[in-house]
Design a protein around this ligand. Structure first.
Ligand SMILES: [Mg+2]
Length: 197
């Protein structure tokens, strides 16, 4: 009988000492840790101004997930008309590369105005991530260019919701230009740009 008791006690202690999968640690992972793991999420390499554009990429700078960046010239045109506005990446692309990698997709003068990427919040919406980022970095006026309504609350007043197939072409460009004026005032440079689509 005593042998069985000792064997059971030994098994119990082995069970307690055996290293286990960190499933609970994964669930309870603090958000600060997540920010450090993924690309440039939550990374800013310089201070922002108070006016920023929160930029999604897929469905905004190209149709869907094509990766063509064919509407990037339209975006860059907008940014040149409001030269004091900074760019913060809210796209999931920010999870896959550092700031310099993502800047390489843009013209040099626009690339240098990309100041960072929004934080990642596990279980949080893109809206939550944007609001937290703006709060942390003193951003007081912003608009978001995005093609996914579900990531934002209904009637979200800063969202410029674009058609994911047309992005910043045609009426999408016009809607974005109107939102820039409403958020940041009249264009400060009169660059003329005719959308190609
Ligand atoms: Mg998108």
């Amino acid at each position: 009988m005593m042998t069985y008791v000792l064997a059971a006690a030994a098994l119990y202690f082995l069970y307690r000492l055996w290293p286990r999968e960190s499933t609970t640690a994964a669930i309870a992972k603090p958000s600060r840790q997540v920010e450090q793991i993924y690309g440039c999420a939550g990374v800013f390499d310089r201070a922002t101004g108070k006016d920023c554009v929160m930029l999604d990429i897929d469905g905004v700078l190209h149709p869907g997930f094509s990766g063509s960046f064919e509407f990037a010239p339209a975006f860059e045109s907008l940014m040149r008309q409001w030269p004091h506005v900074d760019i913060v990446l809210s796209s999931d692309w920010r999870l896959g590369g550092d700031l310099d990698y993502l800047r390489s997709y843009f013209a040099d003068d626009i690339a240098q105005r990309i100041v960072g990427g929004t934080y990642v919040e596990e279980g949080g919406s893109r809206h939550n991530e944007i609001v937290r980022t703006c709060s942390s970095h003193g951003i007081t006026r912003w608009i978001a260019l995005d093609d996914t309504a579900d990531l934002f609350p209904p009637e979200c007043d800063y969202l410029v919701l674009l058609d994911r197939h047309r992005g910043l072409s045609g009426s999408g460009y016009e809607a974005a230009a109107k939102a820039f004026v409403e958020a940041f005032g009249p264009p400060q440079r009169g660059e003329r740009y005719i959308p190609s689509v």
